[in-house]
Design a protein around this ligand. Structure first.
Ligand code: TXA
Ligand code: MG
Length: 323
């Protein structure tokens, strides 16, 4: 049986305080929240998502004053970034305190934290008065949810409440930036374009795939190659490449309208005007619709490699990986 979808923040907060699991909207994607300091609740969160324990979680707070409990030091660059971009789609990886259970950080000495930019999420965090661990509210490796109904479809029978905050405004997960070393390291491109980060703090080093080994020694263990994936096979192909596949039913995911649509069973245009913000907001929902059409293959056109296009290309590359 499905748990309920509703807008009762007090109820959601009560569930979190008593060790339950609540899905809630953020500006990026829906998160599946648990009290970050309650190891029983966090263990259940891993189980429900079927998430490997070596993949650490982002902790959500309503206020920077919470960092004191969670991080041993907040470097000047982190303060600057927090001041400019929080609340917002930026996750900072900082040295952690002993108060943070190892389960949250997968045994790493750092913790990932952010203040989400969604009024209902902030109200929930304030009412619960807890740091809330929240990975995206989907089974591990699958498409991220950007509407309450997506969560209900994927995890509805396994969690305690879905707090409906409407469709997510940004639509792609937060940018993850590690600041525990001297040079800021981009671990995941996301909802805050890296150009904006660099204009504030100078050059950022981008973590290479090679720096993200397949073992638990990778800097961001969650950056597994195969991720954010529909069930239907997906390939990334430029427009001028002839369709290599002989698959019968092929869907197309494209930023802007294309001329040649006759070879596709179904076409999803993300933004007729080519606006990457609009494209990101609709990205996961469009993939979900294509995934529901019993296609043999989804062809995705690459996005321009700037702004939110970088995050979208990253998600496409991971969706296209063979398991
Ligand atoms: O927008 C978002 O970030 C969403 C919403 C719900 O806030 N959350 C989200 O969480 O995308 P999740 O669990 O799907 O992704 C967390 C990412 C993973 O790539 C994980 O490896 C990385 O953050 N991460 C977490 N803690 C880390 C740490 N201590 N060091 C390096 N990477 C870390
Ligand atoms: Mg995720």
């Amino acid at each position: 049986m499905n748990c309920c979808i509703g807008t009762d923040v007090k109820r959601a907060a009560r569930i979190l305080r008593t060790g339950g699991l609540v899905a809630f909207a953020t500006e990026t994607v829906y998160g599946l929240g648990a009290d970050a300091l309650n190891t029983g609740a966090v263990a259940r969160l891993f189980d429900v998502k079927n998430r490997p324990r070596f993949d650490p979680l982002i902790v959500h707070v309503a206020d920077v004053s919470r960092l004191e409990q969670l991080t041993t030091s907040v470097p000047e660059t982190a303060r600057k970034l927090a001041e400019r971009f929080w609340p917002g789609p930026l996750t900072l990886v900082l040295p952690k305190t002993e108060a943070v259970p190892d389960l949250i950080t997968a045994g790493l000495s750092t913790i990932a934290v952010r203040i989400p930019d969604h009024p209902q999420a902030l109200e929930l965090l304030r009412t619960a008065d807890l740091p809330v661990a929240a990975p995206s509210a989907n089974p591990f490796g699958q498409l991220s949810p950007t509407q309450a109904e997506h969560v209900a479809d994927q995890l509805g029978d396994r969690i305690d409440y879905i707090l409906d905050g409407g469709p997510c405004r940004v639509g792609v997960e937060s940018t993850v930036l590690q600041l525990s070393d001297d040079v800021p390291l981009l671990l995941r491109p996301g909802g805050l374009p890296v150009e904006q980060i660099e204009s504030l703090i100078g050059p950022v080093r981008v973590a290479e795939e090679a720096e993200q080994p397949t073992t638990h020694t990778r800097p961001s263990p969650g950056m597994l190659p195969k991720h954010y994936a529909p069930a239907t096979p997906l390939v990334v192909q430029s427009a001028n490449v002839p369709l290599l596949s002989t698959a019968a039913r092929v869907g197309l995911l494209t930023l802007q309208p294309v001329d040649e649509t006759s070879q596709f069973t179904s076409v999803e245009v993300l933004s007729p005007s080519g606006d990457l913000t609009e494209a990101a907001a609709g990205f996961f929902a469009a993939l979900r619709r294509l995934d529901a059409e019993q296609l043999d293959l989804i062809v995705a056109r690459p996005f321009p490699e700037h702004g939110l296009g970088r995050a979208l290309n990253d998600r496409l590359r991971r969706a296209a990986q063979k398991p």
